[in-house]
Design a protein. Structure first.
Length: 151
C-alpha cells in the first residue's frame, strides 16, 4: 500500500493556507503533518492527511490545484546521525530526494523522515533492505508526535 502527501502549489500571500485548511476541515480531513516552503511570490504546501484521496478531491472541487504524490515515510532514530544513516544509504545508490521533511515522534528515540523520490519502489526496497522501517499509510496517518511528553 502506498502513502501519499498532498502537494499544493500556492501564491505566497496571506490567507492561502487558511483557505486550504478550511476546505479540509469542512470535509473532516485531519492534517497530520505540514511543510510549507516559499520562494519569492510562490511556494508549496505539503500535507500528510488521514485521507489523502478525499483531501485531493475536496480541494479539486473548490478549484485548488493539488497533486497526490507518493512518499516514503521512514522511521529513523532521533539522535545525531540518525538521518545521515538513511541518506548515506540513498546516496550510495545515487538516489535523488526531490522533497523531504521530518518530525520527531518521541524525543531521543524515534523520528520520521518523509521522502519524495521520483521512482519510489526501488528506493523503498533499498531502505527496507538496509534495516529501516517504512510506515504504512495507516501508520503514517495515526502518528502522534510528542504524545509521550506531558505539556
Amino acid at each position: 500500500m502506498k502513502a501519499y502527501q498532498l502537494t499544493i502549489p500556492v501564491e505566497n500571500k496571506p490567507c492561502v493556507l487558511a483557505e486550504i485548511t478550511s476546505i479540509l476541515s469542512r470535509k473532516k480531513i485531519n492534517i497530520r503533518s505540514a511543510a510549507i516552503t516559499s520562494f519569492g511570490n510562490s511556494g508549496f504546501i505539503n500535507l500528510i492527511v488521514n485521507n489523502p484521496k478525499q483531501g485531493h478531491k475536496a480541494l479539486a472541487k473548490e478549484g485548488i490545484l493539488a497533486e497526490l504524490k507518493e512518499v516514503i515515510a521512514v522511521l529513523i532514530e532521533d539522535r545525531p546521525g540518525g538521518l545521515d544513516k538513511l541518506l548515506q544509504v540513498l546516496c550510495t545508490e545515487n538516489i535523488n530526494i526531490e522533497n523531504g521533511y521530518g518530525f520527531v515522534i518521541e524525543s531521543r528515540k524515534n523520528a520520521v523522515f518523509v521522502l519524495e523520490i521520483k521512482d519510489p519502489e526501488p528506493a523503498k526496497d533499498l531502505i527496507e533492505a538496509s534495516g529501516f522501517k517504512t510506515l504504512t499509510p495507516q501508520e503514517l496517518s495515526e502518528i502522534e508526535p510528542f504524545h509521550y511528553v506531558g505539556y
